[in-house]
Ligand binder design. Structure first.
Ligand SMILES: [Zn+2]
Length: 678
């Protein structure tokens, strides 16, 4: 039997998307029937109910998972059509499951039974989390309320979708044409080429600018023409609003107010005071007010330092003959000039030291040293593209898990970087343990000619970040699918392992294991290393304050909503800005009208999660710094007490088990280089 067969890996080489479309409806119907039959059983203790449910879920994952994965990494017409065909029935099935009161009651009986305390803590936590999710999905409501809940959910989905369509449409409808590059002075060569290609694609000569983030970012950062920067800044920050050059039919003002009001109703329906409490109920933080204090405290510490950074920027700009005061559309431009002036460091100069094969070998060597594991390539496992590798992680010759490594950008592949599970560690019906398998995906620029692919240091950090998620999934020691790996881990804690591993891409000791010039073999020179480390904290207080502004705005919006005296979204934002911002925002700025994270994504009353997990990672890393970043005892303790336990206990419990105390917010301040002022 081949490895592919014994691991039940998808046969990507002979993948047939149509077969999934044909088989999935029957499989979902059968699964539904199996679950209904299961619920009729006489005895429904843990063993009789939960493992069979996990196996049903695993079987669906084996059929549907590969298609969902290919939809992101090899989005051919066949795959897209099959995916679009299947998505409605998959959604329908999961809605049926998440509101199934019989299943909820069966799980509740197990939780209340005398058997419950005898279950393993992973099994108990699995039941607890499932019951919580059922309640958050409105399972305990009466028939009328359930209907109201479903209706609210549907309205919210529609509003979110309108919100993003408006953002997309107003983004797409703006462009600026130039016959020559006279007004585009300062833009890097690559941005100019991009602008030419864009013009050519519309059958025009010259250059075309639009509001894609890369284009906007390049103009406000590099364009010497101040008026041009202002024009792009205004167009970008008034998208989908009542301001700026946009068609007012895309104005999101009403949609945002309705989203807030309906989320509030939804939260109250399932028993919470407001949507912020509802959102935090499934997170590591105890309450919305705790999160509010957390953000407020950080803001108070960072704000004075951010003000100093802003004063320095203003002084530098004036030396350069720049405007006083700087306006919002000058900030990125003069910041970039100041960075160049202070550190003389370009990403380009570092790239020859970060050839992908060496970086990859270095990453493996680092985790091998830290955890006492081995990472090795496995040949002959079929994948979806010739560039994709397959690897085994083992310890003392015993296999722990596997991963696919898909690192290069190409056509029909979604941008960004992520980790996803292909197989979850769990005990199967025959008593065997299914080993975890991960998909690790990045989008690095591929090799050109006979040179290896050269990464920026940012890319290196991204690779370490995703590998951190991968280790969370693959080094899990939990056999209960619902809480193995990243399953069941609170949203505001799930970035701990990923942000933690980033640190090894910033330490001299670990960098010296792999940062060698790809032609000469020379190690990264100390002068370059020092510049790189010095530039790490450039304007970090200004960055923090901006993130805190978003976080506080998002939280207060959902926490303070009063249906009888609703504040406008603008009022809430203006208030937050008056407390924390160090950059003056023009009154016509409508940034919030395109803030998809909280109005169209999963971050509503959850934007703080980024910073929350940052604290956890910074704190844990300080222990590694104290003990030695390659201290194997500390590596083992981190694996056994935190990383390996997935969602089997609360994130706080795992943190305390490893650190011996609760998180220290000051660790983040130190990690950002803000400990002693600037
Ligand atoms: Zn991440």
């Amino acid at each position: 039997m081949s490895l592919m067969q014994s691991l039940h890996l998808p046969d990507f080489e002979h993948f047939d998307a149509d077969k999934v479309t044909q088989q999935l409806p029957t499989m979902l119907e059968q699964s539904q029937a199996q679950i209904e039959a299961l619920l009729q059983s006489q005895v429904l203790d843990y063993e009789a109910l939960v493992p069979p449910l996990e196996q049903i879920d695993d079987a669906i994952g084996r059929l549907w998972g590969p298609l969902a994965h290919l939809q992101s990494v090899a989005n051919t017409d066949d795959v897209r059509a099959a995916y679009d065909d299947c998505l409605p029935i998959v959604t329908q099935y999961s809605t049926w499951l998440s509101q199934n009161s019989e299943l909820y009651n069966a799980l509740l009986l197990i939780q209340q039974s005398v058997e419950f305390p005898q279950l393993t803590s992973a099994q108990q936590q699995n039941i607890n989390l499932q019951l919580r999710d059922f309640r958050l999905a409105g399972v305990a409501l009466d028939a009328q309320e359930k209907q109201d809940y479903a209706q609210l959910k549907q309205q919210l989905a529609q509003l979110s979708s309108q919100f993003s369509n408006h953002v997309m449409d107003s983004t797409d409808s703006f462009s600026m044409h130039f016959n020559d590059s006279e007004r585009l002075l300062g833009l890097p060569e690559s941005s100019l080429t991009q602008a030419q290609q864009l013009a050519a694609s519309k059958g025009q000569k010259g250059y075309l600018l639009n509001l894609d983030f890369a284009c906007y970012f390049s103009v406000v950062t590099f364009a010497d023409d101040r008026q041009l920067r202002r024009t792009l800044y205004e167009a970008f920050n008034t998208r989908a609003s009542d301001q700026g050059p946009h068609d007012k039919q895309y104005d999101n003002t009403r949609i945002m107010q309705e989203l807030i009001a309906k989320r509030h109703q939804l939260a109250q329906l399932v028993g919470y005071d407001n949507y912020a409490d509802y959102s935090v109920a499934s997170k590591m933080a105890d309450s919305a007010s705790q999160v509010h204090d957390f953000l407020q405290d950080l803001a108070q510490q960072c704000q004075p330092i951010a003000s100093q950074e802003m004063t320095q920027l203003q002084a530098f700009a004036e030396q350069q003959g720049g405007p006083s005061p700087l306006q919002a559309w000058d900030i990125a431009y003069y910041s970039e000039k100041l960075r160049q002036d202070r550190y003389e460091l370009s990403q380009e100069a570092l790239k020859p030291y970060f050839a992908l094969p060496q970086v990859q070998a270095g990453l493996f060597a680092i985790v091998e040293r830290l955890f006492g594991i081995q990472v090795a390539a496995v040949e002959g496992v079929p994948s979806w593209h010739e560039d994709v590798g397959f690897y085994r992680i083992s310890q003392d010759n015993k296999t722990i898990g596997y991963f696919y490594f898909d690192l290069f950008a190409r056509q029909q592949k979604r941008g960004g970087a992520w980790m996803n599970d292909c197989r979850t560690r769990q005990r199967l019906g025959d008593g065997q343990i299914q080993l975890p398998v991960a998909y690790l995906v990045c989008n690095f620029a591929p090799a050109v000619g006979d040179k290896p692919a050269l990464l920026t240091h940012n890319d290196v950090v991204t690779l370490f970040h995703e590998f951190g998620h991968g280790l969370h999934h693959m080094l899990t020691q939990i056999d209960v699918a619902g809480v193995a790996g990243i399953n069941g881990v609170a949203w505001d804690a799930v970035e701990l392992p990923s942000q933690l591993l980033e640190n090894w891409a910033w330490q001299s000791e670990s960098l010296m294991m792999f940062a060698r010039h790809y032609e000469t073999g020379e190690l990264l020179p100390q002068t370059l290393l020092h510049k790189m480390l010095a530039a790490k904290h450039f304007q970090s207080a200004m960055f923090m304050v901006r993130q805190l502004e978003f976080g506080l705005f998002d939280l207060r919006l959902h926490m303070q909503h009063d249906p009888h005296q609703p504040q406008t979204v603008q009022e809430v934002l203006d208030q937050v800005r008056s407390e924390v911002a160090v950059i003056a925002t023009p009154s016509w700025n409508r940034f919030q009208h395109s803030f998809g994270h909280i109005f169209a994504g999963g971050y509503a009353a959850g934007y703080y999660s980024y910073m929350w997990a940052d604290v956890l990672a910074a704190d844990v890393f300080e222990r590694f710094e104290t003990d030695g970043i390659f201290n194997t005892a500390t590596g083992q303790a981190y694996w056994q007490r935190l990383l390996g336990r997935g969602g089997a206990a609360s994130a706080m419990r795992l943190f305390v088990d490893f650190m011996g105390r609760e998180p220290d917010v000051a660790a983040l301040i130190r990690a950002k280089g803000l400990g002693e002022g600037v």
